[in-house]
Design a protein around this ligand. Structure first.
Ligand code: IMP
Length: 417
């Protein structure tokens, strides 16, 4: 499997970091293709927990990582994360696309303004400047990594961005100096990532494409406007890395065994009360970037079908079967009343009115450390029978093979089916 794309099928936080790290064993290169420091990939690797925002989680495992043109880069986050990553992986090589977009203080200020302007309709962004940086890109005033290599014209470019947003009181000289200084302290190799990928793949290497956020946060197909400003579907791989889409051999869609969402916007299978609290606390469901409690809901196959179709998903990696354990009964949404298979509302008002149709299934006994050990030793058959029925049910209703099952937080806590 020389090239594998990892995409989120829900509203982000599906466990893509762990999945990318798992699949990166034996890979030659791990590439982030979208998103920015709004993402938070938590992985447990080498006995340590990492919250990766920009450096591909798979890079910690395979030792070589790249950040593609589709990523919004915050230099401070990148610098800190690289230092931390190199504590466990001193030989980590990181390549950075000169075409990747740089987030500045200006974008964060613009975002404060835009979010407060929306009042109650605020998106509930991570406040990392993603939206305004995307606007700068398409407004053709944005700052790219390549601009950091031309320090003499940096201040002029920053002035254009300030004018674009009509902001006052930004010291562009200090900002330019700060960016240049920070950039020169970061040990990355600026290179055309598309060429690097081509070279790796044509010489028989394996490349993992690591996505951020999830399909329902996609700026084209997600629950607009409650989305992020990236292409979060598998289409984002070719755009964000500069490679033809036919170069992707396998698309692995990642979904949790239930659903979560951070930030505002409709969420048809959302639940409140004891069960939601229990899942939230069992799964430590708090945003890895902002610390906000995640909203919790049942698995939504109507939503997943839409997402799996959009991505061309070949295989499903269902995470957190352990977190969902210990419930007597649980529900799965198998469709929305009046909607066809794979059909999904276009507007948030329509989505907020859908009536989910639920199937009720038996829960399974707790998967604790002992049980997890047994499952990892003996394989898929050692999962509780009710959990296996749940996985069969998901596979049948979704029509996509559930190949991998996550049974714990560590990178290696996975059974294949
Ligand atoms: P932004 O990406 O900061 O502009 O936020 C837009 C929306 O996407 C908000 O609802 C965020 O909570 C959500 N979001 C952005 N990144 C992530 C992520 O990595 N996981 C989950 N939600 C995210």
């Amino acid at each position: 499997m020389p090239s594998i794309a990892v995409v989120g099928l829900q509203w982000g936080d599906e466990g893509k970091g762990k999945v990318a790290a798992y699949l990166a064993r034996g890979a030659n290169l791990a590439v982030r293709y979208n998103g920015g420091p709004n993402a938070g990939h938590t992985i447990m690797y080498s006995g340590k927990t990492f919250r990766m925002h920009l450096v591909p989680a798979g890079g910690l495992v395979c030792g070589t990582a790249a950040i593609g043109a589709g990523v919004y880069v915050d230099l401070k986050t990148l610098s800190e994360e690289l230092k931390e990553s190199r504590e466990v992986r001193p030989d980590l090589r990181l390549y950075l696309s000169p075409r990747a977009q740089v987030i500045t203080e200006i974008a964060r200020r613009a975002e404060e303004f835009l979010e407060s302007m929306r009042g109650e309709r605020a998106i509930g962004t991570t406040r990392r400047g993603i939206g305004p940086t995307a606007v700068e890109r398409f407004g053709r005033v944005g700052l790219r990594v390549a601009d950091l290599l031309e320090p003499d014209s940096l201040q002029e470019k920053l002035r254009d961005i300030v004018t674009f947003w009509n902001l006052k009181g930004v010291d562009t000289r200090a900002l330019a100096d700060g960016l240049s200084e920070l950039f020169s302290s970061i040990e990355v190799e600026v290179t055309e990532v598309n060429r690097l990928i081509r070279e790796r793949l044509t010489s028989g290497g394996t490349v993992i494409f690591e996505g951020a956020q999830g399909t329902m946060l996609d700026v084209f197909y997600g629950t607009y406007p409650y989305v992020t400003s990236s292409i979060t579907t598998s289409a984002g791989v070719s755009i964000g890395c500069g490679i033809p889409s036919r170069w992707i051999d396998v698309i692995v869609g990642v979904a949790k065994s239930y659903t979560t969402r951070v930030g505002a916007g409709p969420f048809p299978t959302e639940i409140h009360g004891d069960i939601a609290d229990r899942i939230r606390s069992a799964g430590v469901e708090y945003g890895a970037t902002t610390g906000r409690p995640r909203r919790i809901g049942w698995l939504d196959i109507a939503q997943l079908k839409f997402a799996a179709d959009l991505n061309g998903t070949d295989e499903i990696f269902l995470t957190r079967v352990d977190t969902l354990s210990g419930l007597d009964r649980l529900k799965v949404c198998v469709g929305y009343e009046g909607y066809e298979d794979g059909e999904f509302p276009v507007t948030v008002s329509e989505l907020s009115r859908v009536r989910p149709v639920y199937a009720e299934l038996e829960g399974w006994p707790p998967i604790d450390e002992t049980k997890r050990g047994e499952i990892l030793r003996e394989g898929y058959g050692a999962l509780p029978s009710q959990a296996r029925r749940y996985l069969d049910f998901v596979e049948e209703n979704l029509g996509t093979h559930v190949k991998y099952v996550g049974v714990g937080p560590r990178t290696e806590d996975v059974v294949e089916r």
